[in-house]
Write a protein that binds this ligand. Structure first.
Ligand code: GLP
Length: 234
């Protein structure tokens, strides 16, 4: 794992965007898996700037979400809305290249199977952008005795139910759809972004390099192509 610390958000974003573009040059039809939340925003902002200069670079890029809340009363705070704002619109990714989740379907187990099948047909993920949650989660793969391999319905930790993305939602979702750990670990390359307050304990666990299902991010130590970019507050 290549680990680099940054003191400024913008520097982290510029470096992450440079790694991203390196992959995109190699694979113009890159299958990107994108986390939401605050950690990847500096990267997505840089990509939006690149797209203003030369949008054609993103013409063949495909996008799959990492996760999505189940049961939000409206679209506000959803991962879909976030991805539209930060990636789909700025990079002009059309709907044929967006492998989105439907968390409002009647049969969510069927939806998980559909996503699993999509990944089989279009995967593996070429580049996976991850943010580490406050309890060490990746997507909605929450700390547990056992982790799931593929797309599944996850029970959300209290922390995830309080996430800033859904701060305006009164009736907090208790479940989410998420890609599983094997889906993530099968990615050709991973960029893990660590930033934000309240992550000291998770960082401590992660950097102990002990691989444990109690810290899903620690599974990334098993992968041989991970860049870990950390924003540090001095
Ligand atoms: C939520 C999002 C994830 C994100 C995670 C960490 O669970 N659904 O996609 O990776 O939070 O968010 P943050 O970067 O804001 O800590």
């Amino acid at each position: 794992m290549r680990i680099v610390e940054y003191a400024k958000e913008e520097e982290l974003g510029v470096e992450a965007a440079s790694l991203f573009m390196e992959e995109l040059h190699k694979h113009p039809d890159l299958l990107l898996c994108a986390a939401t939340g605050s950690s990847p925003i500096p990267l997505y902002n840089q990509l939006a700037k690149i797209a203003i200069r030369n949008n054609s670079l993103f013409h063949d890029l495909r996008l799959i979400p990492l996760d999505e809340w189940i049961g939000l009363p409206d679209h506000e705070g959803s991962c879909d809305e976030y991805l539209r704002q930060y990636l789909l619109e700025p990079l002009k990714i059309d709907k044929e290249r967006y492998l989105n989740f439907n968390p409002a379907g009647i049969d969510l187990n069927q939806e998980c199977l559909r996503i699993h099948q999509l990944l089989k047909e279009q995967g593996p993920i070429d580049l996976c952008i991850l943010g580490m949650g406050k309890n060490g989660h990746l997507g909605f793969n929450e700390p547990a005795d056992e982790l799931q391999s593929h797309c599944h319905i996850a029970s959300l930790s209290t922390g995830s139910q309080q996430h800033g993305m859904i701060k305006k939602t009164i009736q907090k979702p208790t479940r989410g759809l998420t890609l599983g750990m094997q889906d993530i670990l099968s990615s050709r390359r991973i960029i893990l972004l660590i930033s934000g307050d309240g992550k000291e304990e998770a960082k401590h666990q992660f950097f102990s390099r002990t691989i444990s299902s109690k810290c899903p991010a620690s599974m990334l130590w098993q992968h041989n192509n991970v860049d870990c970019l950390i924003l540090v507050n001095h």
